[in-house]
Structure formats: C-alpha cells, structure tokens
Design a protein around this ligand. Sequence first.
Ligand SMILES: [Mg+2]
Ligand SMILES: [Zn+2]
Length: 183
Amino acid sequence: MPQGPGLVMIDRDGVINEDSNEFVKSVAEWRPIKGSLEAIAALHRGGWRVAVVTNQSGVGRGLYDEATLAKIHEHMRERARAAGGEIAGVYYCPHLPDDGCDCRKPKPGLFRALERELRVSVIGAPYIGDRLSDIEAALGVGAQPILVRTGTGAATEALLAGRDVPVFDDLAAAARSLLDSKR
Ligand SMILES: [Mg+2]
Ligand SMILES: [Zn+2]
C-alpha cells in the first residue's frame, strides 16, 4: 500500500446519489445522499484524488442519452465543487448487461480507462460501492473494496458471505475511516 492518501474511487448511484429503479434520467432526478458531497470534499481536502466509476445502462436502454449523462455528471461535479471538493474523473459504462462489453462492472474496462487517463494504478486503491458487482470489480483489478449500506448496500451486506470487506453506513462514514487511517 502506498504511503499517504492516493486515489479513491467511488460508485455513483446508491453511494453519491439516491438510486432509483426507474434510473436517474435527468439533472432534476439526481439527488445527493445526505453527507456524500461533504464526504467528497473532505477526501479532497485530505489529499485524496477522487474518481467516480459507474455503470449507466440507462444509456443503452435508451432512457437518456450521453449528452444528458454528461449534463448530470457536470452537475454532480459542480455540486461537489460547491461543497469544497473536486472529482478528478468520471468513468461510465453506457452498455446493456448483455452487450458483451469490456467495461460494465464487474469487468475491468472502466478501471483501465481511469488508469490511462489519470496516470495512476488502481491496485490497492479503495473502491466504495453498494453492489456485489462493485466488490467483485474492485477485487478483479486489485483494488480495495469497501461497501456502504446506502442504495442496495444493506442487501448486499447479507451476500458478502464472510468475505473480508469493510462495511460502513454511508460514504461519509467510509470517508472518515479513510481519512483517519491515512493521516
Ligand atoms: Mg451503485
Ligand atoms: Zn460497457
């Protein structure tokens, strides 16, 4: 593990913003989970480089297009900035589960794109998510999985089946732990 803070990767839906069975299709439907923007700000102030890694199959389903997704992500980044944070990059998979792409988590494609663009290794870096596919994606690329109980996280916790994965109530609690451990 590298000394001091480094890269921290965060899933979007159910971790930064409220998830929806109907998908988040517009800026208006993007609602931050309480404390998540402040957590991103705290990580940034603590020297962490924050990146978002997210599956967005709503694009492939035709529920919203990539221009709308770009607007949602610009809004998310502005809200993080307004809270005192900074998001270094947002990496998303627009494909359907059966498209056979190489980027839909738990596949490694998004992490590889992140490594190329941010010129950083994801090995040992925390990845904070709410689904089993997030945990599996992190383990697959040698990152450190962290589960939060927001979104579908509480249900996912029951599926961990003895896997040694740290679990926190929400992104704020996970961020506090990272900031405490790397001080
Ligand atoms: Mg999620
Ligand atoms: Zn994909």
